[in-house]
Design a protein around this ligand. Sequence first.
Ligand code: ZN
Length: 303
Amino acid sequence: MKRILTLLIFILLALSLQSWGFFAHRKINEYAIYTLPIEMAVFFKKNSYTLTERAINADKRVYVDSNEAVRHYIDLDRHKDPIDSLMIPWFKIKQRQNQQDILRKGIVPWQVQLTYQKLTQAFIDKNSKRIIHYAADLGHYVADTHVPLHTSSNYNGQFSDQIGIHGLWESRLPELYFHSYNLWVGKPQYVDKVSDMAWQAVLTSHALVDSVLSLEQELTAANSLLFKKAYVLRNHMIHYSYSETFCEQYHNALNGMVERQIRASIKAVSSLWYSAWIDAGQPDLKDLPLRDVENQDSPILPE
Ligand SMILES: [Zn+2]
């Protein structure tokens, strides 16, 4: 029993380091559904529970598939080659000698493109199970490209004495302040080049890394540990974590960054769902059966 508990705690801790927290991932997929045109909205709303619940499946797969982890990030700071030279299709990366090295540094921009292609094919096939599967996954990977710390090797402040900042930025702050965000982002827009969009998202996120780290550092330097950490109630459990006062000051210092990144995630997710449907020839989704929920866990993993 003790071993199971230890394992459970380890998994929970590790999951908290993966990407937007579960809460934000679910909300991003949920709010993306609200933006869709009527031709798509009926099917997506019918499946909204599954789409939001499965927004976090990609993170869960990390523990059963050793290839999964690299699909959620890209350590731009570890690349010696100019970033422009990486903005090419994955099949061309595969022809490079340093392909394994590129893979190890994270592949989220390519994963977005691959999942987009899978979703487009699912729409062409009018396969409701695959549509939901890939739409949920695409929502996840696209959202990950909007998290600054997913574009840096110092993803949890481990090199700058800021361990825990990953969860603070992407889980704690959204959970505390989500109610105050304006997340109505308007209609989706057709995306001409998915690869450009994915790269633009990671580059924009990467430009924010410095602020994410330095603002936390400044606040920490200006205050005592007593102010920074406290026992807080979260998800019905007591944790020793960042105090609400510290969270509030950090959130204020970030000046709307978390809200802007969540808004950008929602807009990107809905635009890519919409574009995949357009690229598939705008199939009629009205008559698609509800997904067979019983069989949803059969793996359909990207190659
Ligand atoms: Zn992730």
